[in-house]
Write a protein of this length. Structure first.
Length: 199
């Protein structure tokens, strides 16, 4: 795809998030290498945002309290379910301590490279406790978002061309369709909660 092939309909579908994944990737690649295409995308996105803001309606004053109450109930329901919590940017090691500390959730003697203890597996979510000695090979997820919470040790996470270094307490979010792999950087094991959430 080149800048001339980027028509108005394609722009609209891309900005509205309705363009098929392969075509959306082509538009993104074009915008990265072609300043004119990037400018057209930016201009159209700003126009759509302007239309949306012009038509906005102020919510009732009581809505904020109802939303917070619903969120608090959802958190309580999740805790009562006995399942591990949803891993998010503000998750802490303490949030997962009840599952990490269970009997049998230890690294077996003689493990050489990788060990997984499954904590939860449903259609919507898979959660595991993982130990990694050196490296986890590259993979790409097409149907889920993967999140990691480092519990112990250190590692580098390669997501596309970016490399970030992590230690205990760090949360990493890996988007769909992006190649990624993990390399342990410390002397010992890297231990983490790994959660895959269906898209």
């Amino acid at each position: 795809m080149n800048s001339e092939e980027l028509d108005q309909a394609t722009l609209e579908l891309y900005v509205l998030g309705a363009l098929p994944k392969e075509e959306a990737r082509s538009v993104e690649a074009l915008a990265m290498r072609d300043a004119d295409a990037a400018a057209r995308l930016k201009e159209f996105r700003e126009a759509i945002d302007g239309i949306a803001l012009a038509g906005r309606i102020a919510p009732p004053a009581t809505l904020g309290g109802k939303v917070l109450a619903a969120l608090e109930k959802a958190v309580e329901d999740e805790r009562a379910s006995g399942k591990p919590p949803m891993l998010h940017a503000n998750s802490t090691i303490a949030d997962f301590e009840p599952w990490v500390a269970r009997p049998g959730h230890e690294l077996p003697v003689g493990t050489t490279e990788f060990h997984l203890v499954e904590l939860e597996e449903t259609e919507a979510r898979q959660t595991g406790l993982v130990w990694l000695k050196s490296e986890y090979p590259e993979e790409v997820h097409t149907d889920c978002v993967e999140r990691l919470l480092i519990l112990d040790g250190t590692c580098d996470v390669h997501i596309g061309d970016a490399v970030t270094s992590h230690r205990a307490g760090d949360v990493i979010v890996i988007p769909m369709h992006v190649p990624h792999h993990v390399r342990v950087t410390g002397e010992g094991w890297c231990k983490a909660i790994v959660q895959r959430v269906a898209a």
